[in-house]
Design a protein around this ligand. Sequence first.
Ligand SMILES: N[C@@H](CCC(=O)N[C@@H](CS)C(=O)NCC(=O)O)C(=O)O
Length: 230
Amino acid sequence: MARILYDLCGRDERLRFSPYCWRVRMAMAHKGLSFDTVPWRFLEKEALAFANYDKVPVLSDGDTVVTDSFEIMRYLDKAYPEAPVLGEGISYQRALFFKRFVERSVTPPIFRIVAMDLLEAIDPSDKAYFRETREARFGARLEEVHQPEQGRRQLKRVLAPVRDQLRASLFIDGGEPGGADYLLFGSMMWAYSVSLEVLVDEEDPLDLWFKRMLEVHGGVAGKATTIRDL
Ligand SMILES: N[C@@H](CCC(=O)N[C@@H](CS)C(=O)NCC(=O)O)C(=O)O
């Protein structure tokens, strides 16, 4: 039966930039699973009513509906155990820790680098909602949150251990990419999709890793539409 991923889209329907959706897209590619996507905008809450959820990604796989990106990755490991992305036991707990690190420490500085580019990339019908909800979250105007230089400095600091890891192995999870790679990549792909801002220095182990990630699994991410194509 068909697998359908509800996936955030921007002002051009081909622009898919949600960090959470990118994790799932990469996990699906890792397992060689095909899927269709339904482009979704922030205000289209009724389209997700069947899932009893108000955010994307939502995965519909035959009769099964799964919400929340990490839960979807976990579901994929259970339903399609070959080529695990998170694994079980200790491996799962470490992936969960890495997810928390990405969401707590990496995503906020990235937001500071691309806040205004995100606003520019989203569908015009979503702009007022996006501004209102994100400004309430940050307690400041988006124009004040948008501080690329400060964001880059902060990002460089928090990613130091990942940089060390990537000096020792091609991917965060070892010789091949795995769940940790997809979790961090999702957040960096978010920025790369909507902005020309540089996240990490050229030739930094993280930059080389990001370029490798664009090429893995048949270049699924590298071939995606970004702001450079519009
Ligand atoms: N914990 C959720 C977070 C998902 C999430 O925040 N998705 C954003 C798109 S990147 C969304 O749908 N936001 C809806 C809204 O802000 O109303 C996950 O990991 O899937």
